[in-house]
Structures are given as structure tokens and as C-alpha cells.
Write a protein that binds this ligand. Structure first.
Ligand code: PLP
Length: 425
């Protein structure tokens, strides 16, 4: 589900008319629904309840401290990929024993911070990184648990930049190498190698890659146990589909139906690291039309948000459903899909104000006729939206607003020009 729906032709976030937010907070603005975040988390927790499962929300998808706080209260652990994200989780009051830390390039400083914090698992991506962790654990006399990231060589059939589970990319080690690493380092006193991590990537639309990955990894775990290694946990990573289009991906229940039966009775705890499947359609980017421009045959709607605010279309060619927030009743979109074409629509490019031709949100999109001043919603922008935003063109990063029922709160102020200069003075 999500909580962005039209009432009498006006877009509401839960119980709040989004235009009220734009009037008060300005545009562009990210608007999140607390209910949607919590609903997604709860559904995943419930779907896997037949086995001992910890859901570790992936902070990089959408890491506002106020969001981390209520997810922590709802029992979420956290998947972090930097010292900065770990700090956010600590400040949000998250349970540090339920933090897993992935990433191919952890610095010594970050590793020592995580050792001191007492995180649940380091997800280790290479032998060299493991050697360094063992050295730092010894120097600081800290113990920790490690999951070795194994690359199951499953093709995720998604964009080349967001596939990470194939052999020829920089993440994890292959199965052969994993056995050697366990044999070589499996007896360390402080650094306990006791889990396997797999993360396939992002963007898949079926459960098959997960089922195939588990089927490939379980024999590896058997082999490791045969060699005397205690394996307590399988971390299946993230990458579960998110509803960028209506009902286009499996639900948490669907994924669990494929995964849980394979793991039942295997004496393995399960960790999941969902990011976008929790955050994506829990957020939208609200933007205002500045100008309508006719360029030859093409019509452009130039909006006040740019690729610095939401880079996914420019970076991955990602699809975001876009629609005006106030429409006639017969123009309310019943489904948010790529090829939606309703009578009375016209074809436009929705573009930002930045001096790059990749600064677009939609090309050749059929939309209700837009005019200067209209507000448009860029749907399912909650994941990798604000967290990937920048100050390019010295544009202030936009405000973030959290809606809870019929109330809304600014959870990150819009930056000022001076905020941008503060660290340069
Ligand atoms: C990015 C990432 C995730 C989250 O991926 P989503 O596609 O947002 O679910 C989980 N685990 C790791 C290791 C990641 O790098």
C-alpha cells in the first residue's frame, strides 16, 4: 500500500492535502508517509515470522533521523554502509546489536567506530578487508561477528549499475574463495566468522533470483559446517522490488513464500536488508511547474525540482510516475503505470532547471495539460531521493516533511544559501 491518494481530485498524503504543505513549506519538498513506512516494515516482519528473522532497514535508501527513530521503535535493525550512517542510527536510538555494516571500502576509522559501537555483524567483502578487521580488533581488544559476503553469481536482469550479485563486479567473494577464507580465518578469537551475506542488487521484479541464490548458498553453508565452521546466520541482503508502478512487484508475502520454506529447519537465523521496498513509495517529491515551453515539435514542462534533488532518472533511467496534484475527477489516475494515457492528456517532457540535458524526470510522458504554477507529484521518490541529493548549481537541498495522519512535521529544514557557505567560511 501507500498513503498518497486523490480525494475529490486533490492529492492527499495520508490525511493532509499536499498543497497545504507546499503553501507552508514551499517547493520542491519531499513528503513522506509514516504509516506507509511502518506498514511496509510490519508486513516484512510478519511475512518471515516463521523463522528467526531480523529486518535491517537499509539506511542509505532514506536516512532522515526522524524516520530511523520510528523504525527503530517498530523493532527494525539497520543496514549501514558508512560511519556516518552508523552515527545516524546511534543518534536515532537504534539497537546497535541489530546493525549490520556492509561496503567494499570501510576505512580504519569507520571500522574502529563500529567495533566500539558493538554492531551485530560486519559484512566483509574481501580477504584484505577481513585481515584489516582482525588487525584492528586485536589492537583495540574488541570482538565482533562477521558475515562473509558471497557472490552467488546470479544474474538479476536489471540495470548494469545496480546489479551486484554477478561474478564480475566488485562486491563480495566467489564461492570457491569463500571456503578458503573460512578455513583460513575461521578460528580467530576476536573476529568470529559465523555468517554468510548475499546481496543481489536492486531492481528485480521476481522472487526467482532470491530462490536461486538461497539454493546456491545452502550447500555452501552445509560444506562450511562439514568443515567445522559454526554458521548461525544467513543475511539475504536487500533489493526487493518496490512499487514504482502499481502492483508491479512481488509483495513481502510473495518473497517469503519462496524463501522461508527453503530455510525452515536449517538452524539459521535470517537477516534481511530492505531499503527501497520500505522507503520508495513511502515518499514523493512535490514540485511546481515554472514554465511551459514549446521547442519545435516538443513541449516541455520545466519544474522547480532538478536532478540534484532526485537523480534516479538521470542516473539509472529510472521511471517515476508523475501527475498533477489537483485534477478534474475524471483525470484521477487509477493506476500509476508507464503507459497510462487518458483522454485529454498531452505528451510532454518534464525537466528540471539545471544546465545538463540529463536533468529530466520524464520524457514523452502523457500528462494532463500543465500550466505555470501547477504542482506535480513525482511518486515513489522516497528511496535514493533525498539521500542522493546534492548542492549542484548551488541549489539548496530541499525540505523533508513527515506526514502522520492529519498532521505534518518538517523533519529537515530547507537549506539556506548561507547554510551552503557555512563550512567554507
Ligand atoms: C543498498 C543495499 C541494500 C538495500 O537495497 P534496496 O534495493 O534499497 O533494498 C541492502 N544491502 C546492501 C548491502 C546494500 O548495499
Amino acid at each position: 500500500m501507500d498513503s498518497f491518494n486523490y480525494r475529490n481530485g486533490r492529492l492527499f498524503a495520508e490525511g493532509v492535502d499536499v498543497e497545504v504543505i507546499a503553501d507552508e513549506v514551499g517547493s520542491p519538498v519531499y513528503i513522506y508517509s509514516k504509516a506507509t513506512f511502518k506498514d511496509h516494515l510490519a508486513k516484512i516482519q510478519k511475512a518471515y515470522s516463521a523463522i528467526d528473522t531480523t529486518v535491517c532497514y537499509s539506511v542509505k535508501a532514506c536516512g532522515n533521523i526522524n524516520i530511523l527513530r520510528f523504525l527503530a521503535e517498530a523493532g527494525s535493525g539497520f543496514d549501514v554502509v558508512s560511519g556516518g550512517e552508523l552515527y545516524r542510527v546511534q543518534q536515532a536510538g537504534g539497537d546497535i546489536s541489530k546493525v549490520v555494516y556492509a561496503g567494499v571500502g570501510k576505512t580504519d576509522k569507520e571500522i574502529v567506530e563500529a567495533l566500539n559501537a558493538g554492531i551485530g555483524y560486519f559484512n566483509i567483502e574481501s580477504e584484505a578487508e577481513l585481515e584489516n578487521l582482525i588487525k584492528l580488533a586485536k589492537e583495540n581488544n574488541k570482538s565482533t561477528k562477521v558475515a562473509l559476503r558471497i557472490n552467488p553469481d546470479v544474474d538479476y536482469k536489471s540495470h548494469a549499475y545496480i546489479t551486484t550479485g554477478k561474478k564480475e563486479n566488485k562486491f563480495g567473494v566467489d564461492i570457491e574463495c569463500a571456503l578458503e577464507v573460512f578455513d583460513k580465518y575461521g578460528n580467530d578469537k576476536l573476529v568470529k566468522l559465523c555468517a554468510v551475506h548475499v546481496h543481489l542488487g536492486s531492481g528485480g521484479k521476481t522472487i526467482d533470483p532470491y530462490v536461486i541464490a538461497v539454493e546456491k548458498i545452502l550447500p555452501v553453508i552445509d560444506e562450511l559446517r562439514n568443515r567445522g565452521h559454526e554458521i548461525e546466520t544467513l543475511d539475504l541482503g536487500g533489493g526487493y522490488g518496490a512499487d514504482y508502478e502499481s502492483d508491479s512487484v512481488p509483495s513481502a508475502v510473495d518473497y517469503a513464500a519462496g524463501i522461508v520454506p527453503l530455510l525452515k529447519g536449517k538452524n539459521l537465523k535470517l537477516i534481511l536488508e530492505p531499503g527501497k521496498s520500505i522507503a520508495a513509495n513511502a515518499g514523493m517529491l512535490l514540485s511546481r511547474v515554472l514554465y511551459i515551453k514549446q521547442g519545435g515539435e516538443k513541449k516541455f514542462a520545466i519544474v522547480d525540482a532538478g536532478m540534484n534533488d532526485l537523480i534516479r532518472p538521470a542516473l539509472y533511467g529510472a521511471f517515476h510516475f508523475i501527475w498533477p496534484t489537483a485534477v478534474e475527477m475524471d483525470m484521477v489516475p487509477l493506476r500509476r503505470v508507464k503507459d497510462l494515457d487518458m483522454p485529454g492528456c498531452e505528451v510532454v517532457d518534464v525537466v528540471g532547471p539545471i544546465c545538463e540535458s540529463s536533468d529530466f524526470f520524464a520524457k514523452n510522458r502523457s500528462l494532463p495539460v500543465l500550466k505555470r504554477g501547477d504542482l506535480v507529484a513525482v511518486f515513489a521518490a522516497g528511496a535514493y531521493g533525498f539521500t542522493m541529493s546534492s548542492n549542484y548549481n548551488a541549489r539548496a537541498r530541499v525540505a523533508e516533511v513527515l506526514v502522520d495522519g492529519d498532521k505534518f512535521t518538517v523533519i529537515r529544514k530547507r537549506e539556506s544559501y548561507e547554510d551552503q557557505l557555512a563550512l567554507e567560511r
